[in-house]
Write a protein that binds this ligand. Structure first.
Ligand SMILES: [Zn+2]
Length: 210
């Protein structure tokens, strides 16, 4: 990848994660921003890429990059159940009237989003060493974490482009990737999200990949 490309990739054969320089700036990373911002934005992207080493494709490669499936059948079954639930969740999203996302087409990426965001949140809490983050501009640390995640996926495109993406791209459009927060319990405490609200998901419908 050229350095000016905003992207990130996991290369299983090299057992490597690649982040070109262009993604290491706002809205993903800012060395001067507070940690909640960086964990919520680039942290979730890094978690997303790490997670690809532990998805249906990553399972095929061991820690040296050799093509050798190292998963137990029980782990794989549990992973597939979480995937089925997540595919059903994304199938419900309607990008344009009558045009729903394809939960199976985007499953690997949606799994990586859920797992990556959850891992980034855990890493953020760990970085605080048990202390509570100070409020900034009236927002708590957890609120800033989720706001940074959502803003990293701010998206604007024409309907035609949106339609093409929904039909062919293995990634959900950005505005739906932002909705990954619905699967994390801390999202509900951070913003006091209640049943009946748009970004509420019942506890038994929240998917925990790991
Ligand atoms: Zn990905």
């Amino acid at each position: 990848m050229p350095p000016q490309l905003v992207n990130a990739v996991n290369l299983p054969v090299q057992n490597a994660l690649n982040f070109p320089a262009a993604i290491l700036q706002r809205p993903f990373f800012d060395p001067k921003a507070d940690p909640a911002f960086n964990y919520g934005a680039i942290g979730s992207v890094i978690g997303h890429e790490i997670s690809h080493s532990f998805d249906n494709n990553g399972a095929l490669f061991d820690s040296t990059g050799a093509l050798r499936n190292w998963w137990t059948p029980a782990d794989f079954k549990r992973f597939q159940q979480a995937g089925d639930a997540l595919a059903a969740q994304y199938d419900e999203y309607e990008a344009l009237p009558g045009l729903h996302l394809n939960g199976k087409l985007t499953l690997g990426e949606n799994i990586a989003d859920v797992a990556g965001l959850a891992a980034a949140y855990d890493a953020y809490k760990h970085s605080l060493g048990g202390k509570e983050a100070q409020a900034i501009d009236g927002y708590s640390g957890d609120q800033r974490f989720f706001i940074a995640y959502a803003q990293a996926w701010a998206t604007k495109m024409r309907d035609e482009q949106l339609r093409q993406r929904v039909l062919t791209d293995g990634h959900a459009p950005g505005q739906f990737r932002a909705l990954t927060v619905r699967n994390l319990d801390p999202w509900y405490t951070a913003f006091d999200v209640k049943e009946g609200e748009k970004l509420y998901l019942a506890p038994d419908k929240r998917v925990k990949v790991w």
